[in-house]
Design a binder for this molecule. Sequence first.
Ligand code: G6P
Length: 573
Amino acid sequence: MSRKPGPPAAWETDAWSKLEKSAAKLQQSDADGPLHLRQLIEDEDRCEALRASFDGITMDYSRQKLTTETVNELLELAEATHLKVKMTAMASGKAINTTEGRAVMHMALRAPKNEKILVGDSDVVPEVHEVLDRVYAFAESVRSGEHKGATGKKIDTVISIGIGGSYLGPEFVFEALRTDETAAAAAQGRTLKFLANVDPVDVARALSGVDPETTLVVVVSKTFTTAETMLNARTLRRWLEDAATKAGADKAEMIAKHMIAVSAAVPKATDFGIAEENVFGFWDWVGGRYSVCSAVGVMPLALQYGPDVVQAFLDGAWSMDEHFLSADFSENLPVLVGLIGVWNATFLEYNVQALLPYSQALLRFPAHIQQVSMESNGKRVTLEGEHLPIEAGEIVLGEPGTNGQHSFYQLIHQGRVMACDFIGSIKSQQPIDATAQGEDVSNHDELMANFFAQPDALATGKTIKELEAEGVPKDLLNHKEFPGNRPSTQLLFPCFDAKRVGQLLSLYENSIAVKGFIWGVNSFDQWGVELGKVLAKQVRGALQGARAENAPVKGFNPATTSLLKTYLEGSSN
Ligand SMILES: O=P(O)(O)OC[C@H]1O[C@H](O)[C@H](O)[C@@H](O)[C@@H]1O
């Protein structure tokens, strides 16, 4: 097969063959063998070597099923596939999203004013800051009460309409900071809600208990064409107009004061009826799922928490970007998380990455990273469009600990193997310490006891021999055996405040880019979401025809035709 000049495909390198051999060797390890995690974890030098840190964040990957030689082979693979060149191409604004002809520059969204970052010939940092300053000024005027609603009331509630990348990141950060002391103090008396699903139930939930006269609706859509968001935006526009009629206010004034937009398609937002000064732009070099640091996230978050908290979040993300671009790969947190992901998913064939934050504040982190990862690396062809001869991508799932322990951990311990990332913090956002009242430990210590225990339980397991020694009846031995040897990484943060949440975001965003670079896929397009949208349009037309003119449902396969008929008959009764 003829290939374009450039770095070799990962699977064509020597490092790849070495890694395949290492994987085969490690997969053979039994519970008593030297390559079982039960043994590996006892090696002090190995434990020391498989630890990295940056700015107070510790990454312990000693419970990954690898040896220090494997790590060297992974680093060799990074070299051989020109990872650094690819990272630099991304950071310097090259159009690496080749199927859409776009640069991938979300890092520029958090760059300080004095940075210079070129996309093509133009430095994008000034325009980033121009929008950021406008967002901050607008947010301040709403928060201070200077910007009033159409009936003269102060705005204290925001409903952010958007889906996918225009929703998940902002919701993750909103939730992550809700119980942070500084952010919570800044949010006093304010409410932020999200409306994502086209399901009318989500509209009802978003509007429940909300007064339109004190509410600002932010329509967030990169393209301003997404069907769900547009229908929700029209629905809430009507809700505002109806409220204006009831209150005797002017409808146009109501929209002007209560509806703003965030979009990379500014003319579409103005066509929708939102005044240009109320539209906050971003650029086609920001992928939707990477857009939380643009006005997409910054607007709702600044309205809720104020500019200072948001700026701390952006600064945190930038500090991790700088680390990613400058640190040696052997000490580079996003690179290591990325390489380990490739190792687990491709070489060991553990294709599920479980994100397990031991922090209730991070409850929407798995959902956000699920989109970033699965939409980015869920691909079947190379950048050149050739079929991948290897498995790429990971299935991402997760829930905060300890909740997950009482739910799906059973499968992780004794069923299928997943690669687990345990994410915890030294300090809690909301410490409760009742040791003086007789509790053994503080509530955060209790939480973290689980953070430390679970990875060891997964790694070491429990053998039949141990169970026998404990006197476990014979017929229960197999049921109670834990095979162990199940991989995990622990990421221990000092705390989860705005800066650290920014660092966590950048760590994972960049690790996902690393995996895509190694696998050789385009992590920045998402053609796989298109077909369903096209078919939904066809079904929408059929439903419209059937409802309005009783037109027969045509043009679908027999299964869909029959189910559509059942749906139509059932709902017309
Ligand atoms: O921001 P929008 O243009 O409304 O797009 C919202 C979302 O929908 C698309 O279908 C893509 O799958 C997502 O990547 C995107 O974030």
